[in-house]
Design a protein around this ligand. Sequence first.
Ligand code: MN
Length: 734
Amino acid sequence: MTEEEIELENAAIAKEYRKLLRISYQSLSKEDKKLIRLAFNTAVDAHKEQRRKSGEAYIFHPIAVAKIVAAEIGLDATSIAAALLHDVVEDTEFTLADIEQLFGETIARIVDGLTKISNLKQEKDVSLQAENFRKMLLTLNEDVRVIIIKIADRLHNMQTMDSMPQHKQVKIASETLFIYAPLAHRIGLYNIKTELEDLSLKYTEPDVYSDIADKIEETKEEQKAYIKAFNNTLRDCLDNEKLDYEIKGRPKSIYSIRRKMLAQNVTFDEVYDKFAVRIIYKSAYEHEKFLAWKIYSIVTDHFRPNPVRLRDWISSPKSTGYEALHITVMGPKGRWVEVQIRSERMNEIAEKGYAAHYKYKQGSEKETGLDEWLNRLQEALENQDSNAVDFVEEFKLNLYAKEIFVFTPKGDLKSLPKGATPLDFAFHIHTEVGLKTRGAKVNGKLVPLSRELKSGDQVEIITSEKIKPTANWLDYVTTARAKSKIKNSLNEERKLIGQEGKEILTRKLRQLKIALDEKTVNELVNFFGLKTSLDLFYRAGIGNIDNQKLKEYAAQRSNTLINFFKKRIRRPGNDPQINKEEVTHNYDQLVFGKEEEKLDYKPSNCCNPIPGDEVFGFVTVNDGIKIHKYNCPNAVSLQANYAYRIMKAKWIDSSQQEFMVELELTGIDKIGLLNDVTKVISNIMHVNMRKLNFDTDDGIFKGNLTVMVKNKKTLNKLVENIKKVNGIDKVNRL
Ligand code: MN
């Protein structure tokens, strides 16, 4: 570079810096400006040798990110300084200690969070990717500003991706769609979310992008004329009411038009709501709502409203903090158009999200939807037990979830994601309420716990001290929070039963003169085809490890050769056919047919299936049932030539299996008898009641009872206890 060029560049840098101070959304004090100046000087010095791929000085990037943070997102001086410094520790000689010494702990912590996120490697493996994503979200524990600055960083990178190789562009764009756009949406940064989506489309589907962008450009004049017509119709009436307002057209984003075209299988011209009309009015805080409805009234005087498309986000703001009144009306030229009515304050919140939200919150102590969300997120993240892939899947669902609003019995309004059930509601109220849920009433009527709630429902939860969550509950809930709480509770329960089981196993082995040491535990885990010692103890606890099998183990123990052989068969290996996810379950038993019967079988020699493989049974002429893998070389010909001999087969976790048992009870009828019986049933763990019929005939009680039990031991305990109920005479198994 010539001296002249260097001078020009320095002037350009200085100009960008002054602009940064000028466009800040928050007003900056003298102290603020000093801090930002120091951050700027530090960053300029640190990056002085670096250039971006495009050739320009690197410092332009942190300044641009700081500008997004300052103006578009509107964060404070601390965040602006951190944004200027965000790549310093990662890319230069500067250390975190240097930053802390110069700028103090808060900025150092934010920069540290940003550096950590950058260091997370791009992983192909979904579970590693998910683990990284979770680690990234964990920085929210530290400071939500980390994620926000990261979003700004990503936005600027997306804006300046042209000089990158194409495969990197596509990769970064996909990641943006996967993580950053949903996060921006959830934090209420709608404009940035839209820009991220549009830019992602530009790189993932360039042709589609430019096609739609061109068409939008072509229809611009038409749109302007439409807004003008709209404006002309309303102007006199709005002016008569002395309203101070502005009417604007808001074009839909390229990405959302694309989504509409795909979802409805229509062309660009057939997408009817390509833009919305926005009416933004000035108002004192206390008159906002009244004025919104006044404007609503004027609009609907002139244009017919679509009654099912009214959304009042003023009375119940979205949990992202969004407020506005939305209606769809039959506008000029007989076209449906959405009208968004917002005060200036609401508009600011919609555009700036997070920062505006806190600006207006000052003074009121009320927790907002956004605070609540951040708190819940923190809680979910601290929950180390949940599997990272599950967590991310659930988390992502919750990011884009539509909301419903339901009432507590006292009339408090609660917001839940669409699809939520009464059990979700119970966990939303409080974990303790969720864990003790026995039943639920919706609008005064008892409903199943799995019923999907609708906006406006009033939900009442009935609790009982005796209730414990079961695995079925996981099917009844949709929110990440409820799922993780139920899983935790189930694990606790498993551990308790496991402790009991360990004692039982110790006693049983003592009779066989075997001590339960680490070696024995490992051998038993292998012998039963389990994964962990807890699986073993849990099975012992619920009575699934029988004495006969233990004797077999004892006999084998002395025979090292067999032992060796056993291990070889059980060797998990790296067979690509095994579905990894499925192996994490404890498949230890094969069942056949629709009825899931347990039958004797042998593995076939041609493909040697092991637990977890997808297999089918084949009935041989002389050798009973043999099992083959679905991808066994012989499978196709067997299935083609002997279809009638093929049996469906499935691996199960025997500790999770339940058996249906029908019991017949007889006795002397008395008041409260039925109640006593059901109490006994629900007090015995691992028993679910499915059906109960009873009849009385001249004082004789006769009942049929269907229960689900895990094993015979539990069944015997149940029968014994029912017999003890005063009035019961006989209990027979049918
Ligand atoms: Mn950066």
